[in-house]
Ligand binder design. Structure first.
Ligand code: NAP
Length: 246
């Protein structure tokens, strides 16, 4: 198994990409901390993992809350004694054209999508340093690389996450901690469920592979980065977009 006995915290694992990643990682032998503020979704993820014979527990987490981030780390260490992988996946979007975007929309998206990962990273770094190894993977977006109309807040947060990834890859590498990012294109999840069909069709048409991504597509890229197979991969931003960015 590719992730045997790895202890993996996945934020936002109650839905979409995070949920699918949790299920796939558990099948590869990882012990999953399903960290989400969506309690129902997260508990369903835990039940599904357990019903397929895997191991997981639910940790209530709003990534904006620094105390909760520290508590999740404390609970994980009490239960498993180490943290191998942190996947900063929780994220939201609140779209509007720039003149219509409210300060609340700006602040909320920057806080969840950019400060949230920072909070979780700060909370795990000591434990990973002590352990002498660790992998942190940030779920950015194609939008952080090439922008998107109506997503000033989201694009800024996701581009900021790439800057954070590269900085921490330099800062934490000497402690044995790798820091990488994935940049998904358009993936079929509850987040994109509200996007008008016309826009999704346009995105499919622009994508060389002529389809939208599925949560599995991102989960397998995350699995590679989380596994020992990626032991010399650090500071990378792996696009998972069917070639849309080309
Ligand atoms: P999703 O289905 O909406 O799942 C996101 C999960 O994060 C939900 O369970 C959500 O809970 C949770 N969450 C939201 N705010 C949180 C907070 N403050 N603290 C903890 N958990 C929180 O979205 P997804 O499409 O799987 O997206 C996962 C990640 O991929 C996000 O970072 C997103 O930006 C990124 N991404 C997605 C796409 C795409 O096309 N789907 C493309 C590029 C990047 P609630 O359900 O209660 O809100």
């Amino acid at each position: 198994m590719r992730l045997e006995n790895k202890v993996v915290i996945i934020t936002g694992a109650g839905s979409g990409i995070g949920k699918q990643t949790a299920l796939i990682f558990a099948r590869e032998g990882a012990k999953i901390v399903v960290a989400d503020m969506n309690e129902n979704g997260a508990k369903e993820t835990v039940e599904e993992i357990e019903s397929q014979g895997g191991e997981a527990f639910f940790a209530k987490l709003d990534v904006c809350n620094r105390e909760q981030s520290k508590q999740v780390v404390k609970d994980t260490l009490e239960r498993y004694g180490k943290i191998d992988v942190l996947i900063n996946n929780a994220g939201i979007n609140q779209d509007a054209l720039v003149q219509k975007m409210t300060e609340e929309q700006w602040d909320k998206v920057i806080t969840v999508d950019l400060k949230g990962p920072f909070n979780c990273i700060q909370a795990v770094v000591d434990a990973m340093t002590e352990h002498g190894t660790g992998e942190i993977i940030n779920v950015s977006s194609i939008v952080g690389l090439y922008g998107n109309i109506g997503q000033t807040n989201y694009a800024a947060a996701k581009a900021g996450l790439i800057g954070m990834t590269k900085t921490l890859a330099k800062e934490l590498g000497k402690r044995g901690i790798r820091v990488n990012a994935v940049a998904p294109g358009f993936i079929s999840t509850p987040m994109t469920a509200g996007v008008p069909e016309k826009i999704l069709e346009m995105m499919k048409e622009k994508t060389p592979l002529k389809r939208l991504g599925q949560p599995d597509d991102v989960a397998y890229a995350l699995m590679y980065l989380a596994s020992d197979e990626a032991n010399f991969v650090n500071g990378a931003v792996l696009s998972v977009d069917g070639g849309l960015l080309i």
